[in-house]
Design a protein around this ligand. Structure first.
Ligand SMILES: Nc1ncnc2c1ncn2[C@@H]1O[C@H](COP(=O)(O)OP(=O)(O)OP(=O)(O)O)[C@@H](O)[C@H]1O
Ligand SMILES: [Mg+2]
Length: 416
């Protein structure tokens, strides 16, 4: 049976089984380093990854069902404005879930790296609360207790938002009959003495502590000791992949922060994240769409082989006031640019395209006009290829899926 024909439940059960077999083989590898065992282990690992991809595809199909279904409903008559707003929120919530999934996968593949900037924890907490409020049981009350002032941390905003959404979803899952989810922040300064209470990698300095606290089922010590293991889940087959907390843990560790959990059966759970405070002020929030800031003028050439991305960019850029030309691959873009480069103010260039890929297109555009302004748009955050192009003179990187406000700010920055 092809993987795509299997139910997600079956796939997850198979992945778990393969993982158990791989773990057993890994143990035996410690004692016997035979080539046969090594091959069997690698084959199992590859198979597990393949199955995992199948499982993720199923998750995506659910997400796409929500996006497509709500969008189609929006095309119909007979809904009032608040019902339409709800559908829009469902589309945004589903899109965020998909973003979270791809980021987790990219981290898994170690293809994504961080963009560390000053991040406003207040904004991130508010965005997380808004996002959760649309997708959780209405009997769960979300409370904010924001004390951190200054609120800025040094972090990758999307990674932190994903971590908080993961923690928030877990908290909600632990409260099937309702309860209170509290998201709190406060400033903490650690000196040498207080660092003793933390693992050795936590160094003295200013931090912001983010707490995600629920009044749910809580955990016994056995569960608590395993929660950060990849694929560890107590949820029914098909209900959880067990990757949520493993990715939260990875995220916090790569920010040189700390994560602690306090939980007891029947007494709820509190996760405490400790993240380095930022000395610089936060960049302005990208949550609210201030349409006056987004507006600009100029002629933008969009080069992307994905029709849906081209169409979206054309609509958004025209809405901001830019004129737009579209090319479906690098070769077409180079031809177009030869004749029209004097009229083009900026190029948004996809990296992975057939015929002529992004990096080669970039070089050919530069050969025609050494001062060409190019923003790279890529499904990966920074990696070797994007770093190389930034070194060669590309202005910046838009990591897909980017927010409308990120797009507008990037254009305003380079076209004002
Ligand atoms: N707030 C919480 N209250 C009670 N148990 C929790 C809480 N957070 C996590 N857990 C326990 O930790 C386990 C692992 O959590 P994790 O987020 O890694 O995976 P999951 O939620 O089971 O699946 P996924 O997040 O991949 O959908 C959960 O199955 C649950 O048993
Ligand atoms: Mg989870």
């Amino acid at each position: 049976m092809a993987d795509q024909d299997k139910s997600k439940d079956q796939l997850i059960a198979e992945v778990l089984d393969l993982r158990r077999k791989a773990a057993a083989l890994e143990e035996s590898l410690d004692s016997t380093q035979s080539d046969d065992n090594q091959h069997a282990y690698n084959a199992l690992k590859m198979e597990a990854i393949g199955r995992l991809a199948g499982g993720i595809a199923h998750d995506f199909n659910n997400i796409l069902t929500a996006i497509q279904g709500n969008a189609e409903l929006l095309q119909m008559d007979g809904f009032d404005q608040s019902e339409r707003d709800d559908m829009l929120m469902q589309i945004l919530a589903a899109s965020r879930r998909a973003t979270g999934l791809t980021r987790q996968l990219l981290d898994f593949a170690r293809k994504g790296t961080f963009q560390i900037v000053a991040v406003d924890t207040t904004t991130i907490i508010e965005q997380t609360a808004a996002l959760l409020s649309h997708s959780i049981d209405k009997r769960i009350d979300i409370k904010l207790d924001i004390q951190a002032d200054p609120p800025a941390i040094l972090a990758d905003p999307s990674q932190i938002e994903n971590a908080l959404v993961n923690l928030g979803m877990n908290a909600c899952d632990a409260m099937p009959d309702g309860g209170v989810l509290t998201l709190a922040t406060r400033n903490i300064v650690l000196d040498d003495a207080s660092c003793v209470d933390y693992p050795s990698e936590v160094v003295p300095g200013p931090y912001v502590e983010i707490c995600v606290c629920d009044t749910g089922s809580g955990m016994d010590s056995k569960t608590r000791s395993r929660i950060f293991e990849p694929f560890f889940t107590t949820k029914d087959v098909g209900q959880g992949t067990g990757l949520g907390l493993a990715s939260v843990y990875g995220c916090i560790k790569s920010h040189y922060g700390n994560i602690q959990v306090d939980s007891h059966p029947g007494r709820g759970t509190t996760f405490r994240l400790l993240l380095h405070a930022a000395e610089t002020a936060c960049a302005s929030s990208d949550g609210a769409h201030d349409q006056s800031i987004m507006r600009g003028t100029g002629h933008v050439l969009v080069v992307d082989d994905e029709g849906i991305v081209r169409e979206f960019l054309a609509t958004a850029l025209q809405k901001f006031g830019y004129s737009v030309s579209l090319c479906i691959n690098g070769a077409e873009a180079v031809e177009y640019f030869k004749n029209s480069h004097r009229d083009i103010d900026l190029v948004i260039l996809d990296l992975i395209m057939p015929v002529l890929n992004g990096p080669d297109t970039f070089r050919e555009l530069k050969a025609i006009d050494p001062d060409v302004k190019v923003l790279i748009s890529s499904g990966f955050s920074r990696n070797q290829s994007t770093n190389g192009l930034l070194d060669e003179g590309a202005l910046g990187l838009l990591s897909k899926p980017f927010r409308i406000s990120e797009l507008a700010h990037a254009l305003a920055k380079h076209l004002s």
